[in-house]
Ligand binder design. Structure first.
Ligand code: NDP
Length: 289
């Protein structure tokens, strides 16, 4: 455990991270493109690096919290010689492919790269209940693990640097889609005089009960068993069609449920009308090929 760390990138996330290290008694060096974002941290005891080189030279462990990997290149490429011997804990989001390229770029400059996918907002930083996916060389992860645990709980996914980003993107796919569906139901409720708080317990019941569906369907999906003994795609098409019509009749934008209806119809058109909705797992997968 180093008890000394550099944090580069002081958006809401980086500021929360640098703050968590200060709270844990670390010696924290900070750098940000817009220098004023460091002021509050410096007032709390952080050391301000005036250049990226200075920030990299200060500590072996360098936490990056940038918008994306393009921001990393913009910031670090001009200071590349200073990367040698550093451990870059890169908590900036991007696609698995760009992350793999970034890890190779860091290695080319003599730095070791650990990818992180943070699954908590800034308010969750500094708590073990928050969670972060990590991937990259296991020995690097293990050597830094105590430092990483200052930020959130850790979940090491494997050696491939892209893995943490992949798990993160899977979670984002689920999260944004589910959250948008909820917002759509609120708009539909509102158009019919039902307030968000009136609908809240029902939304919570449906979303909160999803784990039962996951438990029931996951083994069937893994076994390739999509029998329509519980529900069928033909029923889902009829049901979603009612949702689209209710939405239209209410003067609410139907694009989102219409896209879901379209996916159900594709399943039926592929010959799976009598199968369970879980058949879409295969239909989606083939669609990408
Ligand atoms: P922001 O985009 O608000 O800030 C990130 C930092 O990137 C800032 O310090 C900004 O500098 C810097 N930056 C952006 N572009 C450049 C550039 N071209 N050159 C130099 N510096 C640049 O992000 P957050 O702090 O909100 O989040 C950081 C990462 O964490 C992101 O990848 C995000 O996806 C991820 N994340 C965020 C969550 C959240 O709730 N905020 C939750 C989970 C993950 P400057 O201040 O000068 O603009």
């Amino acid at each position: 455990m180093s008890t000394s760390v550099t944090v580069i990138g002081l958006g809401p996330m980086g500021r929360a991270m640098a703050g968590a290290y200060l709270d844990a008694g670390y010696r924290v060096t900070v750098f940000n493109r817009t220098a004023s974002r460091a002021d509050e941290l410096v007032a709390r005891g952080a050391l301000r690096a005036t250049t990226v080189e200075e920030a990299l030279a200060a500590n072996e462990t360098v936490v990056l919290s940038l918008t994306d990997y393009a921001a990393m290149y913009a910031l670090l490429e001009p200071a590349a010689p200073a990367l040698r011997g550093r451990v870059l804990v890169n908590l900036s989001s991007d696609t698995p492919e760009r992350v793999r390229e970034g890890a190779a770029w860091a290695a080319k400059h003599g730095a070791r790269h650990l990818t992180g996918g943070v699954q908590t907002p800034p308010s969750g930083i500094g708590s073990p209940e928050g969670d972060t996916f990590y991937s990259g060389p296991r020995e690097v992860f293990e050597a830094c693990e105590d430092d990483l645990k200052v930020l959130t709980g850790t979940d090491y996914r494997g050696e491939d640097p892209g893995l943490a980003a992949l798990y993160y993107q899977l979670q984002m796919d689920l999260f944004w889609t589910a959250l948008t569906a909820w917002l759509h139901t609120l708009a539909l409720a509102d158009a019919n005089g039902i307030s968000p708080s009136q609908f809240a317990p029902y939304a919570a019941r449906t979303l909160g009960g999803m784990d039962q569906f996951l438990d029931f369907y996951t083994p069937r999906i893994e076994a390739g068993r999509h029998t329509g003994d519980v529900e069928r795609i033909s029923m889902a098409v009829a049901s979603m069609d009612h949702v689209v019509h209710t939405t239209r009749d209410s003067g609410v934008d139907p694009a989102l449920p219409a896209a879901v209806l379209e996916a159900f119809r594709r399943g039926a058109a592929a010959g799976y009308a009598e199968d369970s909705l879980t058949r879409l797992f295969e239909v989606f997968g083939r669609g990408a090929a």
